[in-house]
Design a protein around this ligand. Structure first.
Ligand SMILES: *Cc1c(COP(=O)(O)O)cnc(C)c1O
Length: 437
């Protein structure tokens, strides 16, 4: 029987965290980093190279968080690094157009036929917020429908959770969001056609857009049936509402055309982030020429950004996406991920452990459940997170870094080597043996 290994040293990280708590709320600049859902204090990272991370105490990890998704090419990718270094000597920001913006746009538009025009912003939150405004400006309607279990960044309209009942106004999920905003956002369950029918019956001619994550991956990995997404596409169209596909995670992760291609649908507005900037802060939204002509300065929907299309970030994005555009890139990454997941699945089946691994593309999620499918947020048992918490500690102690919450997915990057993956498999197996002993 495997036994626990001793805890890694976190002396320096703990010291840094104590200091950080004097400077930042909760000691962090984004809440999930605070390790509230797992054991110990956050690890302060010093550097990354390929699939590996080193923390302030000198511990080394194989990384499956990948900065929450952007690092599909791993850390310190030489092409991205060179592109950034090359741009650094020319200036950091001009507040004027550069050829780099055209270059990144061409690379995207040539390989992604779901959009005809694009606008660069600086984060996923901004991309989604702007997409919502565009939808409202274009349709001249105010209401938005979102799904329980989808995350779209932290703009006011979207920090809303389901009330009780099949179709109700949302309740704010953050203090500081006016009730009047929440009243414009209706929250329904995923994978529920009846709820969709009811929402369009109850709010006829009032819904500007329905927004959904390409594949919901911020609250577990809730892979939707193709048939359901096609239904969603149809019912929005029939009712004159736009369909916003938030592909901040899935865009350039499942391929250049993201989840829209997987589901074989044409959304009206698409939002991007994470991978698009090669590790730098970039977001984007895109749509048809007609829709995008509503955006300022062409149209009446205002949207701007001092650092939007930042040249250093554009250079990083161009370098990253040029690699991703090479034939076979996504196929290979997906095969690697499938093999990794299959190996774990057979181990789990052999042992009879109560855990499932859901996967799409190079995304995977550990669900401590007996259910064969999880497609709605309310199918996740919060009590099951206790298992993840234990596994997370065992993995960290064995040099494997996963996101510090059981609701988060893992990512495999092109920088993960056979050896990294083989080592990780052994360590996950050991950890599961301890979790279930
Ligand atoms: C990460 C994420 C966002 C927010 O992006 P930020 O860059 O963190 O603002 C929005 N939507 C989805 C689907 C995301 O995964």
């Amino acid at each position: 029987m495997t036994t626990s290994v001793s805890d890694i040293s976190r002396e320096k990280s703990a010291e840094l965290f104590e200091k950080a708590k004097q400077y930042f709320p909760g000691g962090v600049n984004s809440p999930v980093r605070a390790f509230k859902s797992v054991y110990g204090t956050p690890l302060f990272i010093e550097r990354g190279d390929k699939a590996h991370l080193w923390d302030a105490d000198g511990n080394e990890f194989i990384d499956y968080c990948c900065s929450w998704g952007p690092l599909i090419l791993g850390h310190n990718n030489p092409e991205i690094r060179e592109a950034v270094q090359n741009q650094l000597g020319k200036g950091l920001s001009f507040g004027a157009p550069t050829a780099l913006e055209n270059e990144l746009a061409e690379l995207i538009l040539n390989n992604n036929k779901k959009i005809e025009k694009i606008r660069f912003v600086s984060s996923g939150t901004e991309a989604v917020m702007s997409a919502i405004r565009l939808a409202r400006g274009y349709t001249k309607r105010d209401k938005i429908v979102k799904f329980e279990g989808c995350y779209h960044g932290h703009s006011d309209s979207l920090l809303v959770k389901a009330g009780s009942g099949l179709v109700t106004f949302g309740e704010t999920s953050s203090a500081g969001v006016p009730k009047a905003f929440a009243d414009e956002t209706i929250v329904i369950a995923l994978n529920d056609k009846e709820a969709l029918k009811k929402v369009f019956a109850d709010f006829k001619d009032q819904i500007a857009a329905v927004i959904i994550e390409g594949v919901p991956a911020n609250n577990g990995l809730l892979i939707q049936d193709k048939e359901y997404i096609k239904f969603l596409r149809e019912i929005t169209k029939t009712n004159g509402a736009l369909l916003i596909f938030d592909e901040v995670i899935t865009g350039f992760r499942l391929g250049f055309e993201g989840a829209s291609k997987y589901y074989d649908i044409q959304p009206d507005i698409l939002t991007y982030g994470k991978i698009i900037g090669g590790g730098m802060p970039v977001g984007a939204y895109g749509a048809s020429k007609e829709l995008m002509s509503c955006i300022s300065p062409d149209g009446a929907v205002y949207q701007a950004g001092t650092l939007a299309g930042n040249p250093v970030a554009m250079a990083a994005g161009i370098a990253a996406l040029s690699i991703l555009a090479q034939p076979g890139f996504y196929e290979k990454l997906e095969q690697t991920t499938q093999a990794f997941v299959e190996e774990l699945r057979s181990f789990i089946a052999e042992r009879g452990y109560q855990i499932k691994i859901f996967t799409i593309g190079s995304i995977f999620w550990f669900a401590f459940t007996e259910q064969e499918k999880i497609q709605r947020a309310d199918q996740i048992d919060p009590a099951s997170m206790e298992f993840y918490k234990k596994m997370h500690r065992e993995l960290l102690n064995r040099g494997v870094y996963f996101g510090p919450s059981g609701y988060e997915v893992g990512f495999i990057s092109a920088a993960h080597t056979e050896e990294d993956l083989t080592q990780t498999l052994a360590k996950i197996k050991e950890s599961l043996d301890i979790v279930f002993q």
